[in-house]
Design a protein around this ligand. Structure first.
Ligand code: GDP
Length: 196
């Protein structure tokens, strides 16, 4: 719906202070290289999110504003690369986890958390524990399987993830940032999340 007439602007990163934004926030979670930046760019037809960055090099909470062609703020995408998957020194990892956790617990504008998993990978113990932590925090959540263009039978891989994570029927949503599969459906869920 927003694909032709919007623009994505990087607002900045933060480590401890949470900004007061007035638009609904959609948070992306998942291990590094799962395709968070690519998906953000594909959803908004932009190149603003940096693809292939060094794992752990970014701050734990990155904000991007999606604006209409008239400059109106429509919604905010929040990249939480550190949550649950950071491969860093113990101290820095604790620091990042704390910031991401604080965001998830305290952001009044959080409309939807999107947990990305790579469709080619078996569900890991880490995926399960991140999912359990998010359920515990009562984050409204959608699981998305990325890179569907990389597998022969996406529906089969999807079923394995549904079972591996004990997800409701229909999840994960399958997407490809390269081929465009599932992006329209994902927009549908995002907009629904923003209305609630
Ligand atoms: P992030 O670390 O989670 O932000 O992941 P990136 O968006 O940087 O993607 C990591 C790598 O996976 C990059 O080389 C991307 O080009 C690649 N990638 C991401 N999404 C897709 C996809 O849907 N299909 C394919 N084939 N490659 C993808």
């Amino acid at each position: 719906p927003f694909r032709t007439s919007t623009s994505l602007t990087f607002l900045g990163s933060l480590t401890s202070q949470l900004p007061k934004l007035r638009t609904p926030e959609i948070a992306f979670l998942g291990r590094s290289n799962v395709g968070k930046s690519s998906l953000l760019n594909a959803l908004t037809s932009s190149n603003e999110a940096r693809v292939g960055k060094t794992p752990g090099a970014t701050a734990s909470v990155n904000y991007y504003s999606l604006k209409s062609d008239k400059g109106k703020d429509l919604l905010t995408f929040v990249d939480l690369p550190g949550f649950g998957y950071a491969k860093l020194s113990k101290e820095r990892k604790d620091d990042i986890s704390k910031t991401a956790e604080k965001y998830l617990n305290e952001s009044p504008a959080l409309a939807l958390g999107i947990l990305l998993v790579d469709i080619r990978r078996d569900v890991s113990e880490q995926d399960r524990s991140v999912l359990a932590a998010l359920y515990d925090m009562n984050v409204p959540l959608l699981i998305v399987a990325t890179k569907s263009d990389k597998v022969k039978d996406p529906e089969y891989e999807k079923l394995k993830i549904t079972q591996g994570l004990g997800l409701p029927e229909g999840q994960p949503l399958i997407v490809s940032s390269v081929g465009g599969e599932g992006l329209k459906d994902l927009w549908g869920v995002i907009l629904e999340g923003c209305r609630e």
